[in-house]
Structure formats: C-alpha cells, structure tokens
Design a protein around this ligand. Structure first.
Ligand SMILES: C[S@@+](CC[C@H](N)C(=O)[O-])C[C@H]1O[C@@H](n2cnc3c(N)ncnc32)[C@H](O)[C@@H]1O
Length: 260
C-alpha cells in the first residue's frame, strides 16, 4: 500500500481539524437520499471516525476503512469495526454494504474513477454513495493562507505528497461537473452533485487556527517542535488571523449517487 500521509496526524485531526471536518461529515450524512437507520454503511477513508460518528447518530451501522492504521487507532475502543485497506482495492466482496460514504478521501487518489467504481462494486444495488471533496476554487482561502504564511515563516516546507495532492490529485474531482462525470464513468447514477460554500460554524480565529494546524501535511513537522515553539507558532497564527477573521465557509463538492 502507498505511503501513509496521515501517520502522525491522528491527534491533530481529532482535536483540531475536526472543528471543520466534523460539521462537514454531519452534512454529508444528512445528504443521503434515503434513511440510513439500521443499514450497514462503509465509511471509506474514515480517518479518526467523524463520518462514522455522524452515521451512528442517525442509527446506521458503520464499518470504517482507511489505509492509515494510526488514524483508525484513534479512540478505537469507542468506534465501529474498522479495517486497514485502500480505496483503490477495497477488501470487501461485491454488494457487501448497503451504502457508502467517503468524506474528503477521494481527493487522495490518482484514479478517482477507479476508486468510485470500487465503492459502486461494494455497495449493494440501489444503495447510496455519498462523497465530498474540497472544491478547487481558492478565492475563499485568503484568511486561512495567513496561517500557512506564519507556518512557512517558521521554517515549514510541505512534504512532497502535499504538492501532488493539491496540484494533481485533488483537482480531478474539484468541481461539480468533474465529480459528476467521474461518478457516471464509474457506473453510478448521480442523484445530485453540488459545489457550494459550507457553513461549518467556525467563526473564531482559535478554531480556524487549530483546524489548520491539525491537518496532516504539518503534523510531522509540528511534532518535531518543542511545546513552547508550538505555543508560540499558534499565538503568531492567531495574531495573523484575528484582525481579518470571518466565518469560514470552505467550498465543498458533494456527490449524492446510487448504484445502478
Ligand atoms: C482528509 S482525511 C478525511 C478523514 C475523514 N473521512 C474525515 O472526514 O474526517 C483523508 C483520509 O483518507 C485516508 N486515505 C487517503 N488515501 C487513502 C487510500 N488510498 N485508501 C484508503 N484511505 C485513504 C487517509 O489516511 C485519511 O485518514
């Protein structure tokens, strides 16, 4: 299996990035075309389990899959059953689950149509496939970019995979038309595909900074700083963001599809 980009990210994801990705997971699950209560739902690219938690809240029976063992290990005793595996070759038989969600995971693969086809394969006939990715549009990121500038000034250089993610992988599904086309090419029936800013309730600079510093690309570098250096970095990021802070509305592409 290819490299684990999230090997050092579990704690930051669960305590920081979750401020944005938690509400987004809830919104993705709410987009379902049919009630999920009682249904077995694959949480593909589950990470620390934000979508699994949202699925449980609506009464579904999630099963989590991720290639990152440390992400799945986070709070594991309280989480649904999980398996280490790849989106590109799901270790499940055809029709094994009733539905599937993939929250901000399909943007990490080189061949998203093949990954969507895998989801289509393992979801039984008529089941839902729900997916989100970040939209490719960048205009909204001016405030968040201030955090990145502070981190860069402190000596951070992104790992090689981050450039591949942002310039090659993520743009493939980064708009409603490209997501819709990929889903159809994978044999799915598109019920709805949207691209719009999401209200995630992040209005304080603290929440935006902790979200951004909780993401995977900075995790290993942050772990190499002392506690004092991390605190100083966070203060500098807060100082940079506070004067211009506005409600964070990340543009999100959401796919609502079902298997044929
Ligand atoms: C942006 S995180 C999203 C985690 C979670 N779905 C959420 O919304 O909080 C992406 C997750 O996808 C996983 N992932 C990335 N590429 C993968 C692949 N090819 N196969 C399986 N999991 C993958 C990562 O390990 C990570 O946990």
């Amino acid at each position: 299996m290819s490299e684990d980009r999230y090997a050092a990210a579990a704690a930051g994801w669960a305590t920081g990035a979750a401020r944005v990705y938690g509400p987004l997971a809830t919104q993705l699950v709410a987009a379902t075309p049919h009630p999920l209560a009682g249904r077995r739902v694959l949480d593909a690219g589950a990470g620390t389990g934000l979508a699994s938690a949202a699925l449980r809240t609506v009464g579904a029976r999630p099963v989590a899959l991720d290639r990152s063992r440390p992400m799945l290990a986070r709070d594991a005793p309280a989480r649904p059953p999980a398996v280490v595996g790849a989106l590109e070759a799901l270790p499940l038989r055809d029709g094994a689950v009733d539905d599937a969600v993939a929250a901000f995971a399909l943007n990490h693969v080189d061949e998203p149509v093949a990954a969507l086809a895998e989801l289509a394969r393992v979801v039984r006939r008529g089941g839902a496939v729900l997916a989100t990715v970040a939209a490719a549009t960048t205009a909204h990121r001016a405030v968040r970019d201030r955090i990145d500038a502070v981190v860069a000034d402190a000596g951070f250089t992104p790992p090689g995979w981050y450039a591949h993610l942002t310039t090659v992988q993520a743009p493939q599904l980064g708009s409603a038309p490209t997501m819709g086309a990929a889903a159809r090419a994978a044999g799915l029936v598109v019920v709805d595909v949207t691209e719009r800013p999401a209200d995630v309730g992040v209005e304080r600079a603290e929440d935006l900074v902790d979200y951004r510093l909780g993401q995977a690309h900075v995790a290993a570098w942050l772990a190499g700083l002392s506690a004092g250096e991390r605190a100083a970095l966070r203060r500098a990021a807060l100082d940079a963001v506070a004067p211009v802070m506005a409600p964070y509305r990340p543009p999100v592409v959401t796919l609502v599809a079902r298997t044929a």
